[in-house]
Design a protein around this ligand. Structure first.
Ligand SMILES: [Zn+2]
Length: 273
C-alpha cells in the first residue's frame, strides 16, 4: 500500500516517463496474493490493455491512477520501471510490457489494488470510490472549514491516530505519514481527541497540510521508493530509520510501539500522553 506523497510522486514520474508508450502485453495475477484485488477477472487484463497507449498519471489518495487508452489503471502498490533488457521481477501482481521493450511491474505489499476499468466508470471498490469523492489535503478545498466537517459524534472517543489515519477520513493519509504529522503537531498518537485543546486541533490541521505538502515537494519519504527504485528526498523524523536515535527537537530517544494495527513512533517529551 502506498500513501499520498508517494502516489503523487510516482504518478508524476509515470506522466514524464511512460506517457506515449504503447502496451505490448499485460500480465496480471501470475503470483496470486491473498490481498490483491482486481476489477473482474485478471485473466482479461491483456485483452483490456494490449495496444493501449499510456496517458497522464495522477495521485488519488493512496492510488496511482493513469490512463491506458480508454481504460484507467488505479494501483495502490508501488510501481517499478524496468529498462530494455533489465530482468523483470519473478513475482508480481501486474506487469505491463511496452512495445519499446521497457516495462513496469507492481507487487502488493500487505495488500494492493490493481484496478482496471473503462474511463468514466467507477472503480467499483468502496474505499477507492470514496477516496475519489473527498478533497485531497494538498488542495485549497481542504481548508480549516472542511477539516472541521470531519468531526462527528464519535470523534471524541477516537485517538489522534484513529481520527487521522482510519476510515478513509483523509484519503491517502496512512500510518506512515501520520508519524511526522503528529510529531510536528506535538500530539501523542494515543491521545484521545476529546482531550485535545483548540490550539492542539489547530496544530494538527496545520501539520496535516504542511507535512504532506513538504513530503510531496521533496519527492516522497526516504523510507519509500519511487518509480525508479530511488528513496524519496524527505528525511523522516519518526520512522524505522530514526527509532532509538535522538528527537531533533529535544534529544529524547525516539520510541516505537505497536498500536491499532501498525507501529507508532513518538518522542515521549514532545508528545506527552
Ligand atoms: Zn522531542
Amino acid at each position: 500500500m502506498i500513501e499520498l506523497p508517494e502516489a503523487i510522486v510516482i504518478a508524476q514520474q509515470i506522466t514524464e516517463t511512460l506517457s506515449g508508450k504503447r502496451i505490448a502485453r499485460a500480465v496480471a495475477n501470475t503470483s496470486p496474493h491473498k490481498f490483491a484485488w482486481y476489477t473482474g477477472d485478471p485473466a482479461e487484463y491483456n485483452d483490456r490493455l494490449a495496444g493501449k497507449v499510456i496517458g497522464e498519471g495522477i495521485g488519488v489518495a493512496g492510488n496511482i491512477e493513469f490512463k491506458a487508452g480508454d481504460m484507467i489503471l488505479a494501483i495502490s502498490a508501488p510501481i517499478r520501471y524496468h529498462t530494455q533488457g533489465e530482468k523483470r521481477p519473478k513475482k508480481h501482481q501486474l506487469l505491463l510490457e511496452f512495445e519499446d521493450e521497457t516495462a513496469i511491474s507492481s507487487s502488493a505489499q500487505m495488500w494492493g489494488g490493481f484496478f482496471c476499468f473503462p474511463a468514466g466508470e467507477k472503480g467499483g471498490f468502496p474505499d477507492y470510490d470514496i477516496a475519489k469523492t473527498r478533497p485531497s489535503p494538498l488542495t485549497d478545498t481542504f481548508d480549516r472549514t472542511y477539516f472541521n466537517t470531519l468531526f462527528d459524534d464519535n470523534t471524541p472517543d477516537l485517538s489522534a491516530k484513529a481520527f487521522l489515519a482510519t476510515e478513509q477520513r483523509i484519503p491517502g493519509l496512512g500510518n506512515g505519514v501520520l508519524q511526522d504529522i503528529l510529531w510536528t503537531a506535538r500530539i501523542h498518537p494515543k491521545r484521545k481527541m476529546s482531550e485535545l485543546s483548540e490550539q492542539e486541533i489547530d496544530a494538527m490541521y496545520d501539520a496535516v497540510k504542511h507535512v504532506l505538502a513538504t513530503m510531496t515537494a521533496q519527492g516522497g519519504r526516504d523510507t519509500e521508493r519511487d518509480l525508479f527504485g530511488h528513496p524519496g528526498g524527505y528525511k523522516t523524523i519518526l520512522s524505522k530509520y530514526t527509532v532509538g536515535t535522538s528527537c531533533p527537537a529535544c534529544s529524547t530517544t525516539i520510541e516505537k510501539k505497536s498500536y491499532l494495527g501498525g507501529s507508532i513512533y513518538y518522542c515521549m517529551r514532545c508528545q506527552k500522553l
